[in-house]
Write a protein of this length. Sequence first.
Length: 381
Amino acid sequence: MTDALTEFSHPLARLVLHRYPKRRGERLRAWDGADLYLLDLWLEQALGGDPHAPASGAPLVLNDSCGALALALHAAAPVSSGDDALARAAWWANAADNGLPVQEEAWRWPQAPWPQAPSRVLVRVPKEMALLEQQLGRLGALPPGTPVHLAWMDKHMPGNLLARVRHYLGEVELLRGRYKAHGLTGRVPGSVPDAPYPTSVKVPEQGWELVVHAGVFAQQQLDIGARLFMDTVPQGVPGPIADLGCGNGVIGMVAAQRNPGVPVTFCDVSWLALQSARENMARWLPQAPAQFHLGNGLEGLDTRFALILLNPPFHRGHAVDDSVARMLFAQAAKRLLPGGVLQVIGNRHLRYDVLLKRHFTTVTQVGGDRKFVVLAANDPR
Ligand SMILES: C[S@@+](CC[C@H](N)C(=O)[O-])C[C@H]1O[C@@H](n2cnc3c(N)ncnc32)[C@H](O)[C@@H]1O
């Protein structure tokens, strides 16, 4: 990776920042204009732009993508909160690379308490509006008047953003654009409405009603691919099962039900996805042996699996991209027991069969319809 892609420079800090996991030939920076925008707002306030700003207190940073915000603001001892385990890993690794000591408590997963009185709240607008709304709804726990700044890349601005933000914050000031980004500023009002999350999703085939926390895949109804995939989950699996990219956990739950006593490991990069799966298992299959793994796919797990079930993500950030699916296929190929199977569902046009054949000798179709195909991959190369 060239230096221009990793050398972050702002009047607040010069840092070397990488995305996580580090990838050979990475072409994306670990920060963007929305980060620079929020840091500019912080600096303007520090230079005296805001007479109402509290004299002291650490900022609360929401949805920092790779640590650019929290690390550039390191001197102000920020607390960072977000849902993405890769964002946390990038923050942690970039802190170490830049010799900046950070504490575990400086990162809060979505349901952890926030500091009671942050000096201001800096919010990168996340891809999932539901996650943003859940966070805005929580601002009511902060002292009224606390300044709140949001920033987003113009090309990623959700259509209903301003209306949704005003619903929680009341009047806000839309600021001028720079760095191909925009921002707004507001204050925590006297009363903030609750966000309508988690939602629940019915699975009539099983008699389950699943909890789906904010921003988790298939927020309002079961994914049609997942419904088809459920039907293909085998019985009589002779060893541990993984639900890779588990979302609300529905696929792993079906696997647990069809294979009593066989341990199922639910894996996701989203804390709220894993929390949804954890709550759903506790409610509907409390006796079934289960583990929950937050992280980048199977990375960090020692278990080998007789069956890995995967309905892969087809986005990386905002872009349609099969690189995460490819990485998960490669991980799965190294994590199967002898005779083990990776079972994958995907849109036909994605041609996962071609990608799977790079890692597996045998790839067969075990289900599908006009739109989707379910593939079983055996014999890792
Ligand atoms: C298409 S959804 C499938 C969710 C669920 N299995 C279903 O069928 O409804 C893909 C899931 O993969 C997760 N994911 C994305 N990148 C991941 C990664 N690197 N490691 C683990 N999970 C990941 C997403 O958070 C999302 O929950």
